[in-house]
Design a protein around this ligand. Structure first.
Ligand code: NI
Length: 180
């Protein structure tokens, strides 16, 4: 129960790389999927806040539908953004490099370069068409989440050498964690 007496949505298990689903392209949400999506989104937010993280794609909880949630928590206030069937409509010519991490690659970080600004079209939880111009961390986060829906991880933007190094380190750390 939350302080206001509402029932906390059940948390979802976050897949850890390497996992086949994380490499799989998710399919668009269709009319038949909306009941599932409306039930899924609150659970995705709860799972993301608990982790804690600033973005989570349905792919990461093994639901292969084009749904992602984002919240940068500006000034420690919730600013939830639900992206259903998101599409990058335009990108800036300028690129920005920033350090990224991912809940599916815990404790792994690397610099990733992406377009600095993006215009994204998506459906909100009411099924209404929305457009958003994003820059800074939000732009990077949205691109990172849309990548997930296409089966792409942030390490896929790195050199093979760097990627392999991170994947080996992650595997070693997960093995140590499992061994206690
Ligand atoms: Ni991620």
């Amino acid at each position: 129960m939350t302080p206001d007496g509402s029932i906390e949505p059940a948390l979802l298990e976050i897949l850890i790389a390497p996992h086949k689903s994380l490499k799989t392209k998710a399919r668009p949400v269709g009319p038949e999927d909306w009941d599932q999506v409306r039930a899924l989104v609150p659970r995705m937010f709860a799972t993301m806040y608990k982790a804690p993280g600033i973005g989570l794609a349905a792919t990461q909880v093994n639901v292969l539908l084009r749904v992602a949630v984002v919240d940068l928590m500006p000034d420690n206030q919730c600013a939830p953004l639900t992206l259903i069937n998101p599409e990058i409509l335009a990108v800036s010519e300028t690129w920005t490099t920033r350090e990224e991490g991912c809940l599916s690659l815990p404790n792994q970080y690397a610099d990733v370069s992406r377009p600095s600004e993006v215009r994204v079209g998506f459906l909100d939880l009411d099924g209404k068409r929305q457009e958003l111009q994003a820059e800074g961390l939000l732009a990077a986060c949205i691109q990172h989440e849309i990548d997930h829906l296409d089966g792409i991880l942030f390490v896929d933007h790195l050199s093979i050498l760097k990627r392999n190094m991170i994947m080996r380190k992650l595997a070693k750390e997960m093995k140590q964690k499992a061994a206690g």
